[in-house]
Design a protein around this ligand. Structure first.
Ligand SMILES: C[S@@+](CC[C@H](N)C(=O)[O-])C[C@H]1O[C@@H](n2cnc3c(N)ncnc32)[C@H](O)[C@@H]1O
Length: 197
């Protein structure tokens, strides 16, 4: 398989916004941070944010109000989403599946709260191919980034985790983001669906 092409940050941001802009209805954004994605959502989505970091959640709530989203962001982790079964049409997460403590549990929760056939959009940096120097660096860097960068893991097989959780990719794109100091970082953009009834 040929290596995905390297792309710059602006191009990645544009593609990410394109995928996020496709979701409709009642949308849960997990690990919403300080609301960096607000400009990407269609204006008529009913947005629900989830963010466990208290400081970020304060900023998120402020920005949510600016974007006319009334619901207070949820103080919760993706591994225990305080929403009923089948209660949202879509789930979005950017650079959060690298951070959750347990991907399988978080993705099972995402499936639980989604309506059958509901849409997911996930964007994240992922593990480099087995046997590469990049992967070895990612493995070495992960204990440090886990400790100092909001639980971030550099060595996750996120596409496999999504498939294992039962999601079916409808638009799956893989890139290498230009990055310093260790060179391009593999990026996954996954738009998919939960199984239907
Ligand atoms: C790298 S930031 C990404 C923020 C934002 N989504 C973005 O794209 O800029 C990761 C976010 O995930 C949150 N996070 C960490 N662990 C989490 C968990 N278990 N469940 C949900 N969010 C989590 C962090 O607090 C942080 O806001």
């Amino acid at each position: 398989m040929t290596s995905p092409r390297p792309v710059d940050r602006d191009s990645l941001d544009d593609l990410e916004r394109e995928l996020i802009g496709r979701v409709r209805g009642r949308v849960l954004e997990i690990g919403a941070g300080e609301g960096e994605n607000f400009g990407a959502f269609a204006l008529d989505v009913e947005w629900i944010g989830l963010e466990p970091d208290a400081d970020r959640r304060v900023e998120l709530a402020t920005r949510a109000r600016e974007w006319r989203h009334d619901a207070e962001p949820l103080d919760a982790v993706a591994e225990a989403i305080p929403l009923p079964d089948h209660s949202v049409d879509a789930v979005v997460g950017t650079y959060v599946l690298c951070s959750v403590a347990d991907q399988a549990v978080a993705l099972a929760e995402v499936r639980r709260v989604l309506v059958p056939g509901g849409r997911v959009v996930f964007v994240d940096h992922v593990a480099a191919p087995h046997g590469t120097a990049k992967r070895a660096i990612q493995r070495l860097a992960t204990p440090i980034s886990k400790r100092w960068c909001h639980g971030c893991h550099w060595d996750r097989e996120t596409e496999q985790a999504l498939v294992d959780a039962g999601f079916v990719g409808t638009d799956v794109r893989r890139f290498r983001a230009r990055s310093l100091p260790f060179g391009p970082v593999p990026i996954l953009m996954f738009e998919g669906r939960a199984p239907g009834e």
